[in-house]
Write a protein that binds this ligand. Sequence first.
Ligand SMILES: Nc1ncnc2c1ncn2[C@@H]1O[C@H](COP(=O)(O)OP(=O)(O)OP(=O)(O)O)[C@@H](O)[C@H]1O
Ligand SMILES: [Mg+2]
Length: 262
Amino acid sequence: MHILEVQGIQKRFGATEVLSDISFTMERGEALSIIGSSGSGKTTLLRCLNFLETPDAGRILVNGETLFDAADARKKRDREIRKKRLHFGLVFQSFNLFPQYTALENVKLAGQLLARERPDYQNHKSEVLSEIDAKAHALLKEMGLSNREQSYPFQLSGGQCQRVAIARALALEPDILCFDEPTSALDPELTGEVLRVIRELADRNTTMIIVTHEMAFARDVADRVIFMDEGRICEQGDPKEVFEHPREERTKQFLARYRQEA
Ligand SMILES: Nc1ncnc2c1ncn2[C@@H]1O[C@H](COP(=O)(O)OP(=O)(O)OP(=O)(O)O)[C@@H](O)[C@H]1O
Ligand SMILES: [Mg+2]
């Protein structure tokens, strides 16, 4: 069974169609990178997958379960939306950490959100909370931040903030971890630091969607790449294959433009 199945997603803002008939599937353990020029709809697609935007048409299935169907969405108010969002962990370009909380508290908050959805939460609150605590320490350790647990976001570098944001997303135990240009706000050194962490996650078969302008990273780390252009998927496949031998004219143009700039 596919971990993710996206069928015919369409999204308009006013008269402008920003996503047209986007369909793709993902397997468990796969790292998928999404590439495309600015304004091609990458962020909008991630926002649709995270139920932050409502598509005008299409369906989204996770593990075979329909989480979104545009045909139903028009009829009813979705009370389960928070639960559905927990299937996806989202890491933004700008980290979006809570400034009033330490690194550790930011990660623990996510764990608490998840725990509240558990049926045994009220009866086993103290055990669950100590599990969350242990998990938050472990995740920050994994991100190389054990010695910064008590730091506030303003005391951390951009790369460190982004690693806290990744730990927080992982604390939600998402089926699919989504990154939207996780390094575009960072200088080259900090970019390397964050890309290393994402590469390690890929090596451990974390199911991920990575929207990125880091072409070398997409080529070397992702299992599959999707090229988007003007709201459509213009080409997808094995990254090494697509980067070496793009079939579509628009992919060729995009890669040529990128190579010129690099
Ligand atoms: N809330 C909104 N209201 C109206 N138009 C929007 C909204 N969000 C995005 N758009 C438009 O949708 C199109 C796609 O935007 P999107 O942010 O998805 O592109 P992107 O591929 O992520 O670009 P970038 O690489 O610059 O991040 C753009 O033309 C944008 O102006
Ligand atoms: Mg974007």
